[in-house]
Design a protein around this ligand. Structure first.
Ligand SMILES: Cc1ncc(COP(=O)(O)O)c(C=O)c1O
Length: 423
């Protein structure tokens, strides 16, 4: 008897017929796709979106420096002096005097001896963790830590252990268990200084104390804190008087550019320079990004009014949203103001209703966040009037029940489709 025909071999492209792709397509067709939207202008306090002006509450340009003439001039001068690209890695032909100047400036700013500039913040975290945490070691990440910290830990040969978000007790339990086995290796604890979605701070003093108790090294990702909090904008560690072993920072937020860095002891930085694959095997920063980042870092460190403005504008936005009945979290003393949604559809509808009223926000959905939310953030260069204009849109949506009405229409039309579908 002939055997059953062999199953056809799996086509790797079949992996792309994920059911989430259908959701994405449906959202697109309903005009509810918040992703890959094209900006029609530079990212300032307002942007041009779809030919219309919108208040920009969906960026990481916290100090408003992407449009600063001094930062732009520095970028142009870097291009004129060094060209548009370096066409090679840091190791071979991609290191410029701008790298050295930036590394010295950044190390001094965050109060650590040395620094190393990477092409992005993502590769800085990926490179640091995957190079440092070797077989037998472990990295303990806060469960809300940025994807670049988690991905670095996944790439590392050592273990990835998560502890509950901002729960030192959970970290304590993990570290105690790890150290109970004397055969276990070294430990890195990795946290965000300010968490990117909620804007909440890590309890750094308690985490530092646990690192000391269990002889673990502490990495603080200051991506959302640098320039925004602490003396001279040096970040959450400086603000709380905690000394981390390693600091990560990015140029892609307050520093108005693209790139990232790790600061730490010279022996770690030298080791990374020689053995970190995400620095050895990728092209170095384009000169314009370095020129802009250096100029922005100098301005960010010197101009206190920017961090004062950003925190006070965020407080104004949060207070206004709370008064309107939105769940905007507690005061976090950061530039980030979350607007928690009830479910994915309502959150998408709120995002769309705001956009229709000239307010651009970021829609964040699971699995990127535990629950759907709009992530809003302010810039030092927003005016009170612009924040109030955004609040006016939130008010109109709440008062007119725009989201609930749209929700009913959508659910109704989906039911209609179900009712008329062939049985
Ligand atoms: C907390 C945190 N760390 C690291 C990164 C990565 O930085 P970059 O955008 O420079 O790659 C980000 C950016 O989204 C971030 O939010």
């Amino acid at each position: 008897m002939p055997g059953a025909a062999p199953a056809p071999p799996v086509d790797i492209f079949d992996r792309c017929s994920d059911p989430r792709m259908a959701d994405y397509k449906a959202a697109d067709e309903l005009g509810l796709n918040p992703f890959y939207r094209e900006m029609g202008s530079e990212i300032g306090p307002t942007i041009t979106y779809d030919g219309r002006e919108a208040v920009m509450l969906g960026s990481n340009n916290y100090l408003g420096l992407t449009t600063d003439p001094r930062v732009k001039k520095a970028a142009v001068e870097a291009v004129e002096r060094y060209g548009t690209g370096v066409t090679g890695s840091r190791l071979l032909n991609g290191t410029l005097p701008l790298h050295s100047e930036l590394e010295e400036f950044l190390a001094d700013w965050v109060g650590l001896p040395s620094a190393l500039v990477f092409t992005t913040g993502y590769t800085a975290n990926l490179g640091l963790i995957s190079t440092l945490v070797q077989a037998g070691d472990a990295v303990f990440c806060d469960s809300a830590a940025h994807a670049s910290l988690v991905d670095g830990a996944r790439l590392a040969e050592g273990d990835l252990r998560a502890f509950r978000h901002n729960r030192p007790n959970s970290l304590n339990r993990g570290l105690r268990t790890w150290r109970a086995n004397p055969a276990n290796g070294g430990v890195l604890v990795a946290v965000d200084g300010i968490y990117s979605m909620e804007g909440d701070w890590a309890p750094l003093a308690e985490i530092r104390a646990l690192c000391d108790q269990y002889e673990a090294r502490l990495l603080v990702d200051e991506a959302h804190a640098l320039g925004v909090v602490g003396p001279e904008g040096a970040g959450t560690a400086a603000a709380t008087g905690v000394r981390p072993d390693l600091v990560m920072g990015t140029f892609s937020k307050s520093l108005a550019s693209c790139g990232g860095f790790i600061a730490g002891p010279p022996e770690v930085i030298t080791y990374l320079r020689l053995f970190c694959r995400p620095i050895l095997f990728t092209a170095s920063n384009v000169p314009a990004s370095l020129g802009a980042a250096l100029a922005a870092a100098k301005i960010a460190r010197a101009e206190d009014w920017r961090r004062e403005a950003v925190v006070s504008l965020a407080a104004r936005l949060r207070k206004g949203l709370t008064e309107l009945g939105y769940d905007a979290g507690g005061d976090s003393h950061s530039s980030i103001v979350p607007v928690h949604g009830t479910d994915v559809l309502s959150t998408g509808l709120l995002w769309r209703a705001l956009l229709d009223r000239g307010v651009y926000t970021n829609c964040s959905l699971p699995p990127a966040v535990p629950k759907p939310m709009l992530r809003t953030s302010v810039m030092a260069t927003h005016s009170d009037a612009q924040i109030d204009r955004a609040l006016g849109a939130f008010a109109e949506i709440a008062e007119q029940g725009v989201v609930d009405a749209a929700r009913e229409r959508f659910v109704g039309s989906l039911e209609l489709e179900l009712d008329t579908s062939p049985g």
